[in-house]
Design a protein around this ligand. Structure first.
Ligand SMILES: [Zn+2]
Length: 441
């Protein structure tokens, strides 16, 4: 998309008409990272963009106004991989609240099971609700979130997440993945629970085949995920080759099954850290098949060193070069797996810029980083990406930053989230210091 596509010229609205909201003097940032040079007004009426163009709001009365002052306006961000059922649960781990990260994988898994066993539907809904409100304040319009479903938590985590979803539909859209974290073969009973969640409205089926005990069981798990996807007519949002472990080799079987089941464009693979440990030849073969199968890959830049166990960021640059739609997500947030996180797509994009890496001579990498949390992320979450133009729903974000690079610098400044023509969240921020030398007025 080119910048000029956004320069829609429209006849000014009749001065007698009252708009619901006008965003004044903004630069439109497209999904592809093109930014208009011209400053435009965005006039909102009846939940839709009534007009968008230079001076479009001149003389129009409005109930509310946002003075963008040259800041960017963009379609809402998408969070393509997250765990709202576990989010913000870290404070309840251990007597001191914040244990050191666990490098021992069985202990990590056991601690998760212990924690999950204490979850109640109400408590999950509270945490997931806080998670969704934070996401909305960061400018996220769609969240793809996995809810654990297994014989430890049963449908409790799923139901809590669905309750939170229902309570926050005015703020954003949550697409829930039914995720059998404890396995399908090694956790008999999980298959039927996942099927029950899909019957109750889960949007996609998830999986973690590498977590099964034998290579045969791993393939059975993979087959059962496809079986459930076909039975319920849903897409797949699967965690595959998760750790940088040279025994994890399921990306190619995933791509082969995607093609065999005719599910091109309906499968998202998360993490894929083990791809870092493939031989060059195996990696090339798997990546080509992933591209052919139209599988989106979502990496989590927080899986870099510093997070233990190391999970890596896959071969993100090679995937992009092969034409794979690469997205970047938060993954875990202040829970058993990850102590930090703020759900800010701009932080995720900036981290990805360093991690992939996307640095280049002419800063085109900044545009790629932007796409990892905009249109690429929407595709990974299985939702359409709506560009900003007259007639479209008035869902957008306004940032104080005037360029993509400044946006990724993420300096403090106001940020507004608009959904259905209404301001649903706002961040305020500024830095102040005394004049230098201090004390001189
Ligand atoms: Zn994850």
């Amino acid at each position: 998309m080119t910048a000029s596509e956004h320069q829609v010229s429209v006849a000014p609205l009749d001065g007698a008409v009252v708009a619901d909201l006008i965003v004044e003097r903004a630069r439109v940032a497209s999904a592809a990272g093109a930014v208009t040079a011209e400053l435009v007004d965005v006039v909102v009426r009846g939940g839709r963009i009534a007009a968008l163009g230079p001076g479009a709001g001149a003389g129009v009365a409005a109930r509310e106004r946002i003075a963008a002052d040259g800041g960017l306006i963009t379609a809402p961000f998408t969070e393509p991989h997250s765990h709202p059922d576990k989010a913000l649960s870290r404070r309840s781990i251990g007597p001191l609240g914040l244990p050191a990260p666990l490098t021992h994988r069985p202990a990590l898994m056991q601690r998760q099971r212990d924690l999950k066993a204490t979850f109640t539907r109400e408590e999950v809904a509270d945490r997931a609700g806080a998670f969704l409100r934070l996401a909305a304040a960061q400018g996220v319009g769609t969240v793809a979130g996995q809810a654990d479903i297994d014989t430890v938590t049963g449908l409790t985590s799923f139901e809590g997440v669905m309750d939170a979803r229902e309570a926050h539909t005015d703020l954003l859209e949550l697409r829930v993945t039914a995720f059998p974290q404890e396995g399908l073969v090694q956790d008999p009973g999980a298959y039927d629970l996942v099927a029950a969640a899909l019957a109750a409205g889960a949007h996609r089926v998830g999986g973690w085949p590498n977590n099964e005990r034998s290579p045969e069981d791993q393939l059975t798990h993979l087959d059962q995920v496809f079986e459930l996807a076909e039975r319920f007519g849903v897409g797949i949002d699967i965690n595959v080759d998760y750790f940088t472990d040279p025994t994890e080799r399921l990306l190619l079987p995933l791509a082969e099954r995607t093609l065999a089941h005719g599910m091109q464009g309906l499968v998202n693979a998360n993490h894929v850290g083990a791809l870092e440990t493939y031989s060059q030849g195996d990696a090339r073969q798997a990546i080509e098949k992933v591209a052919e199968a139209g599988i989106t890959v979502t990496v989590c830049p927080t899986n870099l060193s510093g997070s233990r166990p190391y999970r890596g960021v896959s071969r993100a640059a090679e995937l992009l070069a092969a034409g794979v739609t690469l997205a970047a997500g938060t993954g875990n947030l202040q829970d058993n797996w990850e102590p930090f996180g703020n759900l800010d797509p701009l932080d995720t994009a900036r981290l990805a810029w360093h991690a992939v890496p996307l640095a280049d001579e002419d800063d085109r990498g900044v545009e790629t980083a932007w796409r990892l949390v905009t249109d690429h992320a929407a595709r990974a979450a299985g939702v359409p990406f709506n560009a900003l133009r007259a007639g479209e729903p008035a869902d957008f974000v306004v940032l104080a930053a005037t360029s993509l690079t400044d946006a990724l610098r993420n300096e403090p400044g106001p940020r507004w989230t608009v959904r259905g023509g209404r301001i649903v969240a706002r961040r305020l921020g500024e830095i102040w210091t005394a004049p230098v030398p201090a004390g001189v007025a």
